[in-house]
Design a protein around this ligand. Structure first.
Ligand SMILES: Cc1cc2nc3c(=O)[nH]c(=O)nc-3n(C[C@H](O)[C@H](O)[C@H](O)COP(=O)(O)OP(=O)(O)OC[C@H]3O[C@@H](n4cnc5c(N)ncnc54)[C@H](O)[C@@H]3O)c2cc1C
Length: 381
């Protein structure tokens, strides 16, 4: 096992997409001695359990602007990192069930278009041109953005890891952060299961462990870990290109051809990551309603992962106002995979230059104390 370094300029807690993207971007900006500490293996948290989706169809300026930039980065990420990440711009097709939803989606599309996202409302016939096997009786129109898409979480994690390693980032897996020493409201040292690291800067990118990491410096991070269920089928030749969404159901095909998807189930916070059989029933019933052709498909595997949620469904980003050198990148509320590239870029800029190229102050932790929440309505994956 690699000997733990005793000193670092930045210690990043968490080897998911946030931590790895931040580490890579820090190294890209010339920051030396960047360490990623991960208690299990890279991608073992929510990132390796996610639904692959990448979209710009959100309802708030904050999310739309961030995701527009993230998609720009996704478009050239394979090339930049030097590894294929399985990125495909195959769109998000949101099936609209009734007139009430239609007027809401028209509003959403209007806001998205204002910020340059090319989403639009399309007819049932147009939707059938995109996915001919859809059941036309279960929707009255659709919202579509051809610039949305998907990527492989595993390939993306690997690509960030390899690119970061080339630039000097050090990774310590199976190493748990147990405590953080703060003196005079400044970060001093990180205590891990394999020794201590002296540092002035820590990034809390610990996903479902973020709340606990906050407690280590005496800060309450208002996130809840909500279990979500997902499954994958046997592979087929690709015939579902976009992410298809109807209500709380979503599905698409992975780069290996399996249909991957989930549906929201009622859950209370912090449930153990066990699968529920009733998820399969609810999911299968809804899936077959939307795509009857799938009624005999074999499900290969189901699993569960956490959405780390905030009250307003926006992430918590930036440096704490209470502890100097304590940065947060968490609380993505079910869409943190797609945000990985932009979050890495902006948090790295904040650490290196003291300012990010896209303002993220509205998403600081302190918005909860100040009662300045910004509510996102389009939560799914
Ligand atoms: C079923 C499901 C479907 C989803 N679908 C999508 C989707 O389609 N699109 C999308 O954008 N998002 C989706 N998400 C959300 C997405 O997976 C997450 O928002 C994203 O992966 C968060 O990345 P992260 O790096 O912040 O956290 P994680 O990937 O969870 O990484 C955090 C890491 O920190 C480590 N850690 C925690 N505590 C400590 C500690 N004390 N010491 C050391 N290491 C520690 C953990 O082991 C973990 O590996 C989905 C999530 C789920 C569960």
């Amino acid at each position: 096992m690699k000997i733990l370094k005793k000193k670092a300029n930045v210690v990043i807690i968490g080897g998911g997409i946030s931590g790895l993207s931040i580490a890579y971007n820090l190294a890209k900006l010339g920051m030396e001695d960047v360490i990623v500490v991960e208690k299990r293996y890279l991608g073992s948290g929510s990132t390796g359990k996610c639904g692959t989706g990448i979209r710009q169809q959100f309802t708030t300026k904050e999310h739309i602007v961030l995701m527009k930039e993230s998609v720009k980065l996704w478009e050239k990420l394979s090339e930049e990192l030097g590894h294929d990440i399985g990125y495909k711009q195959t769109g998000y097709l949101w099936l609209i069930r009734n007139e009430e939803e239609l007027s809401m989606f028209k509003e959403n599309v209007k806001i998205q278009n204002e910020y340059g996202v090319p989403s639009r409302i399309i007819s049932v016939e147009e939707a059938l041109e995109i996915v001919p096997q859809l059941n036309p009786d279960v929707f009255i129109a659709a919202a579509f953005c051809h610039k949305d898409g998907k990527a492989s979480p595993f390939k993306t994690i690997n690509a960030y890891y390899e690119a970061g390693k080339k630039l000097g980032v050090e990774y310590y897996t199976y190493t748990e952060v147990k405590g953080i020493i703060v003196e005079n409201e400044k970060i001093k040292r990180v205590i891990t299961s394999r020794g201590n690291i002296e540092t002035k800067k820590v990034v809390n990118a610990a996903g479902a462990g973020a709340r606990k990491v906050g407690e280590m410096v005496g800060i309450k991070i208002p996130v809840e870990n909500i279990r979500h269920h997902i499954m994958v089928t046997e592979p087929f030749q690709e015939f579902i290109k976009p992410m298809v969404i109807r209500g709380k159901l979503y599905f698409t095909q992975t780069d290996r051809g399996g249909i991957i998807g989930g549906i929201d189930m009622p859950e209370t916070p912090s449930q153990p990551l066990k699968s529920r059989l009733d998820f399969l029933e609810v999911f299968a019933r809804n899936l077959v309603k939307v795509m009857p052709i799938l009624k005999n498909v074999n499900i290969l595997r189901q699993w569960a992962g956490y959405y780390v949620t905030t009250k307003d469904n926006h992430p918590i980003l930036g440096e704490s106002e209470k502890i100097e050198g304590f940065y947060l990148a968490t609380g993505y509320s079910g869409h943190g995979f797609m945000m990985g590239p932009v979050i890495g870029k902006l948090i790295a800029e904040l650490i290196v230059y003291g300012k990010s190229s896209i303002p993220i102050d509205a998403l600081k932790l302190e918005r909860f104390e100040r009662g300045e929440l910004i509510y996102e309505r389009a939560v799914i994956g």
